[in-house]
Design a protein around this ligand. Structure first.
Ligand code: ZN
Length: 340
């Protein structure tokens, strides 16, 4: 008997000695060489927690990034982090301080490759690295250079593809592109979003995934979710489009959401990482809760293509609660066995 495989969407909470806790854009608590060392130590802990919990496909917990989008952009040319503009993002759902694109976007050096190489030394398990997708990147920046979201997105896709090629060489098994913006901009998704996504993974030597979610458990997202009505039909549009993409895996949220589970039938022949852990509540799911969510997913997706995951990143969560949730995730997946 096999059990449903497990992973996490990406980030885990950072230790309090490394960064401010329970914040989306936390300040580092260290600097210089101490910060570099602290990031590595926190990565060891994040990987160890996942291995201890029994997660099959682990990440570095994004311990070296302040934010899942801006952490990637800090190493990309053409972006000025001193020109900060406060703007509404995700269709004005919330305001954020955004750096500005002031010149051609270029990846003149590696971004997360050294971090991935270090994480690779910590475990023999499958290693996943997350990178923001091109639409989510352009939605999290102010742009005075391209002044065209599609053009900017394809410039980022080139940078992302170069990064993924190096990550694959470093022994990363799967790269996941995070595209929460896909759940917001449906016209752009259809027009160029999938093409930009495909451009990121063209010819790369590792497996690929795309994560589309309803966001972290921050107040702006909770308010947005409350406004979406009794049935969240966004995936009904998004998943059939992703099913046509060239990526191998789709990561979505299901636990504690008002996502109608029959949207899962729109995932084509992709592997589907289904969120069985709600990151927007501190209530810890029981293994039986996790098992029940997986059983629901199994009505639409065969067990060999199903992966149990978290709904979204856990970066802004309480660390102990996040660890308890990881353990429930694995125990619930182990209750969900099948014969191959
Ligand atoms: Zn997410």
């Amino acid at each position: 008997m096999k059990h449903v495989a497990t992973t996490v969407a990406g980030s885990l909470p950072k230790p309090a000695w490394l960064a401010q806790t329970q914040k989306l854009w936390p300040e580092w608590q260290l600097d210089g060489a101490a910060l570099a060392e602290g990031k590595r130590d926190a990565t060891e802990l994040a990987v160890a927690e996942q291995v201890r919990a029994g997660i099959d496909v682990v990440t570095d917990g994004e311990q070296s990034r302040r934010h899942f989008v801006h952490g990637f952009l800090e190493s990309i040319d053409g972006i000025d982090f001193t020109k900060i503009v406060r703007k509404g993002i995700r269709a004005d759902r919330y305001e954020a301080d955004l750096p500005t694109i002031t010149g051609p976007v270029r990846r003149s050096r590696s971004v997360h490759v050294a971090e991935a190489r270090f994480a690779r030394t910590l475990t023999d398990r499958k290693l996943k690295v997350t990178i923001p997708g091109p639409m989510t990147i352009v939605d999290t920046l102010h742009d005075v250079y391209y002044a065209d979201r599609k053009k900017a997105a394809f410039a980022f896709a080139d940078a992302i593809r170069a990064e993924i090629e190096e990550l694959a060489d470093a022994g990363v098994d799967i790269v996941q592109l995070d595209e929460p913006a896909f759940n917001v901009y449906f016209a752009e998704l259809e027009e160029w979003g999938i093409d930009a996504l495909n451009a990121c993974v063209r010819g790369v030597a590792c497996s690929s995934a795309v994560h589309v979610c309803y966001g972290y458990g921050i107040k702006a997202n909770m308010d947005w979710k409350a406004s979406l009505g009794g049935e969240w039909d966004q995936y009904g549009i998004v998943l059939p489009l992703l099913a046509q993409s060239s990526l191998d895996e789709i990561s979505i949220e299901l636990a504690g959401s008002r996502v109608p589970p029959d949207v899962l039938s729109g995932t084509g022949d992709k592997r589907v990482a289904v969120g069985v852990i709600d990151v927007a509540t501190d209530d810890v799911e029981t293994p039986d809760d996790v098992h029940a969510t997986l059983e629901t997913a199994l009505r639409y997706i065969p067990a060999e293509r199903l992966i149990a995951s978290t709904n979204c990143g856990m970066a802004p969560m309480n660390r102990e609660i996040a660890n308890r949730k990881l353990r429930s995730l694995v125990e619930g997946a182990r209750l969900t066995s099948f014969t191959a």
